[in-house]
Structures are given as structure tokens and as C-alpha cells.
Ligand binder design. Structure first.
Ligand SMILES: Nc1ncnc2c1ncn2[C@@H]1O[C@H](COP(=O)(O)OP(=O)(O)O)[C@@H](O)[C@H]1O
Ligand SMILES: [Mg+2]
Length: 495
């Protein structure tokens, strides 16, 4: 076996696509629903595979001749939005609608540019009409998507707060909201798109996120724009991805949840399925093993994993795959990272197959990284989480309800060293609230009993939100800290 070649790929889809993602991609049901256009909004935690779906779909469609546009400016620069745009309260204008129009304008203009870009050869008919429009309105304008959007917003803002008479203002606004400038071009655009399908992907909206009024209006406006474009122009599909907790933090979106429900796909992973070869985190890893070590290509998933990792670990006789996947929140990036770090260590120490001594060594840094990442991931709704995690340091990781309530109450009552930012959102809350948050973000898991037990998908009898979506925590009597956090927090086995 050629171990030197063994490689688990890159932990972010943007780089992974050049390592072979299209080849070792796991085609989940979510992917199918996105591909056939049934779902156009992807929600998922960081590292769950949003970009992977977009990258693979984009690459496959390009090969078929589809025009694919990926609108992910390096950074959406929410700060710039906030500093250029007036506050809603100052301008007395509804930002949400203004952003929706500006997004539509930007997306349509980008498509027009994309579809007429090829060559300078003589354009006739629809292509000529669009070409002329672009020449007259967008020539020499910086090709930065954000600046197109901002300039349109500025036009709306100008009318809203400018010294127009009421009638004139309503009139001008209507023109801008209806995209009058480009409306006559829609039939031409439709004609061109009938010949060549167009897909637009908008990913990474969380980059530079600052939770400001403008950031929220920017995203909510995009949701609205995408729906409207997808309805209006049949051969254009606009796809958006967003991190789950950002979606939850934008009131404009969940107030409109009904409108979006049918087109939202939320990414969830299973560790392994009853049928070993169905899409799962196990196949996600074994596909990568087989891609880099072709001599294992004919192995089933189980024996492929066992060719690289010692099957049963000396720690509690756990199966190595279960042990590792149990230290993730079921996100592909986590298992890829854990496996990659283990592989590097095993190469360094010429210790193969990868066994418990290797896994437990890399677990120390892996656990630290993940704990800090999770705290950072939730820094907007719950700043200072790391200091709350630290309260658990050195303790036994199992808690019955009373102990946990007491500990959480202590944090609320300021008996521990908690970051001031965390104190702010904790004060005036009860311990149930804190338990709920710690469970939601994956830090705590709840022991499944009775009916709940039947809801679990696999593995441990302690469940997190990545395993069951709904759980009435008030009925739960025992909890434990998720294993991913334990090594870093030096938590002990039992009292
Ligand atoms: N269905 C899949 N099949 C194979 N690899 C995947 C799949 N989904 C995600 N990955 C890999 O997992 C890692 C994280 O996924 P990514 O799409 O970058 O996460 P996100 O964009 O949600 O933060 C990347 O290496 C990606 O290639
Ligand atoms: Mg991504």
C-alpha cells in the first residue's frame, strides 16, 4: 500500500475542489435536492459542506456549458456598508426592500455581463441590446460587485432622503424598486438564457459578518431577491448559503420563514448508516482514502477504514471510527481535520496503522482548536463562551441535573470568572436558558431515555442537537460534556 500518497484532502471546499473533491464527493440527498433546483437556500453550520455542494455543482454545470457565476467577494465588507449607508432610523427608510432591489440589480447586471462577455464579435438581436446597455451604463465601472450594489442603494437612499416632493419621490422610488433601468432588457435576457442556462452562487456571506443593521438587511434583501429572480426568470437559478446561527439571528428572515420553508435545505450528517455504503461521514473519509490510495478502491467502507486505522482501540475497546466521529459535531471539516492530524503524527512517528497512542496525542490540540473555534463561531449571539467552557475545567464530565443547575446558576450569579461580555447576556436569565444554549451549540449532550432514545440515530445514549433536532431538556436528568471538548478542558472520567 502506498501510504506516502494517503491524503484526506483540504478542509475547505475552495481548496478541496483542486484536490479531487469532485471525484470523492459524497452525494447526499441534500445535494440531489439542490442540484434539481428544488432547494436554493442552503443552511448549515460552519464546516458542514455548504461550499462543497456549490463547488461541485458549479464545476459539473460548467462542464455542461452552463454559465456559472460565483459572487463571493473576498470580503463582503459589512463595515463599509455600515459606514456608507445611513441608519434606518436616520433615513426613515426600509432597508430590507432597498437591499432586495439593489441585489436584484447587481445579480441581473452580473448575469448580463457574464452572458455577453465572450469576444468582441458583432452582436446582434438580444445580445446587442444587452451589450449596448452595458456599454452605456457600466463601461469603465469597477468590476467589484459590492460597488454596483452600493451605488444602487445610494440612488434609493438619495431619493428617500432627498428634497423631492411627495409625488415625485414615490414615483422615483417605484422606478428604482422595479428596476426600470433594466426592465426592458428582461425579454432579451430570457431569450439568451433559454439558450444557455445560468446559475449564480452566493456563498460565504458570513465573512466579515458584524451583525449590524446593514449586514442583516443585506442578507434578508438577498433572500428576497433570489426568490424573485428564481420566479421571474426560469433559466436562471440563484443559490445562497448561510450559516445556520446567522439565519436564526436575522429577525427579517425567520419572520418570513413560511416564505422560505420550501426552498431551504439544512445540511445534516449521519456518522454511518445501516447500509455501510450509503452517504455518511464514514464514506466521506473512505472516499478520500480510496482516491489517494487506489489499491484500496475495491474495499468496502469498513475494511477501507480499518486498513488505515486500528479497528478497535485500547481505550474501552471502542471502534476507532466511532471514537473519532464521537469527537465531532458531525461536520465534515472536523473529521477531515482530525484524520489529517492523526495521519501527520503517524507518519512522523512511523506508527502504522493509526492507533490509540497517535489519536490520543493529536486529540489534545484538536480539542483545543475545536473548543476555541466553537466559542468564536457563536461570538455574536453569545460572546465570551470560552470563559463559560472554562468553568467546566478539571471537573468530571458527567452531571446529573441538580449539579448542572447549580453550576449554571453559579455562573449566572457571578460566582465564577466569566468574561464581561458573557455576563451581559447571562444576567437576568435562568439556568434552564444556559443549559439550553450549551446544548444547542453542542457543548452538552443529554442522556436519552424512554421515547427519546428511539429518536436517536446512532451511537451514544447521550444526544446533541446534531443527532436529534428537538428535545425537551427539562425532562432530561443526566447530561455530559461533549467528548470533543473534554481533552482541552482536562475533564475527568467519573467521580
Ligand atoms: N458531500 C461532501 N463530500 C465530500 N466532502 C465534503 C462534502 N461536504 C463537505 N465536504 C468537505 O468538508 C470540508 C468542509 O466543507 P465546506 O463546504 O468547506 O464547509 P462550509 O462551506 O459549510 O463551511 C471541505 O473539505 C469539503 O470539501
Ligand atoms: Mg464555505
Amino acid at each position: 500500500m502506498d501510504l506516502e500518497k494517503l491524503d484526506f484532502g483540504a478542509p475547505a471546499a475552495e481548496r478541496d475542489i483542486d484536490c479531487g473533491l469532485d471525484d470523492y464527493f459524497v452525494e447526499s440527498d441534500a445535494f440531489q435536492r439542490v442540484t434539481n433546483g428544488e432547494k436554493t437556500i442552503l443552511l448549515g453550520n460552519r464546516g458542514s459542506g455548504k461550499s462543497a455542494i456549490f463547488k461541485v455543482l458549479a464545476s459539473r454545470e460548467r462542464k455542461k456549458g452552463t454559465l456559472v457565476l460565483e459572487l463571493n467577494p473576498e470580503n463582503y465588507s459589512y463595515e463599509m456598508l455600515a459606514s456608507t449607508m445611513l441608519k434606518e432610523s436616520d433615513g426613515a427608510w426600509a432597508k430590507h426592500g432597498a437591499y432586495a432591489s439593489a441585489w436584484k440589480y447587481l445579480i441581473y447586471v452580473s448575469i448580463m455581463k457574464g452572458i455577453t462577455i465572450e469576444g468582441r464579435k458583432l452582436k446582434t438581436g438580444s445580445a446587442a441590446k444587452i451589450y449596448n446597455y452595458l456599454r452605456d451604463h457600466h463601461q469603465g465601472v469597477a468590476d467589484n460587485p459590492l460597488s454596483v450594489l452600493i451605488s444602487y442603494l445610494k440612488r434609493i437612499e438619495g431619493v428617500k432622503i432627498g428634497s423631492y416632493g411627495a409625488n415625485l419621490r414615490a414615483n422615483e422610488l417605484e422606478k428604482l424598486y422595479k428596476l426600470e433601468e433594466i426592465q426592458l432588457l428582461f425579454p432579451h435576457l430570457n431569450e439568451l438564457c433559454a439558450k444557455r442556462r445560468v446559475l449564480v452562487f452566493i456563498d460565504e456571506l458570513d465573512r466579515g459578518w458584524d451583525s449590524s443593521e446593514d449586514a442583516k438587511a443585506f442578507v434578508a434583501g438577498l433572500f428576497q431577491a433570489s426568490i424573485s429572480i428564481n420566479q421571474q426568470t426560469s433559466n436562471i437559478k440563484v443559490y445562497i448559503s448561510l450559516r445556520r446561527e446567522l439565519y436564526d439571528s436575522i429577525p427579517e428572515l425567520y419572520e418570513d420563514a413560511q416564505k422560505y420553508r420550501d426552498i431551504i435545505e439544512t445540511i445534516n450528517w449521519d456518522e454511518e448508516t445501516i447500509n455501510w455504503d450509503e452517504p455518511s461521514l464514514l464514506s466521506l473519509i473512505t472516499n478520500r482514502i480510496k482516491h489517494s490510495v487506489p489499491s484500496l478502491a475495491t474495499y468496502n467502507n469498513e475494511s477501507c477504514w480499518n486498513a488505515i486505522f486500528e479497528e478497535v482501540l485500547r481505550y474501552r475497546q471502542s471502534r476507532s471510527f466511532n471514537y473519532m466521529v464521537d469527537r465531532t459535531l458531525y461536520r465534515p471539516r472536523e473529521i477531515i481535520q482530525f484524520c489529517t492530524e492523526a495521519l501527520q503524527m503517524s507518519k512522523q512517528q512511523s506508527n502504522f496503522p493509526i492507533d490509540y497512542s497517535v489519536i490520543s496525542q493529536v486529540e489534545i490540540s484538536y480539542s483545543e482548536e475545536r473548543t476555541k473555534d466553537i466559542a468564536a463561531e457563536y461570538r455574536f449571539p453569545h460572546p465570551g463562551l470560552l470563559s463559560i467552557f472554562e468553568v467546566f475545567r478539571g471537573k468530571a464530565y458527567n452531571f446529573d441535573r441538580n449539579e448542572l443547575e447549580l453550576l449554571c446558576l453559579g455562573m449566572i450569579m457571578d460566582e465564577h470568572h466569566i468574561d464581561v461580555n458573557a455576563k451581559n447576556w447571562l444576567k437576568d436569565q435562568d439556568y434552564e436558558y444556559l443549559i439550553e444554549i450549551l446544548w444547542r451549540i453542542g457543548f452538552l449532550r443529554a442522556q436519552a431515555v424512554g421515547g427519546v432514545k428511539a429518536m436517536r440515530r446512532s451511537g451514544s445514549s447521550y444526544l446533541g442537537p446534531h443527532q436529534v433536532s428537538q428535545l425537551n431538556l427539562r425532562n432530561i436528568h443526566r447530561f455530559h460534556v461533549h467528548p470533543m471538548f473534554r481533552s482541552f478542558l482536562a475533564m475527568k472520567e467519573q467521580r
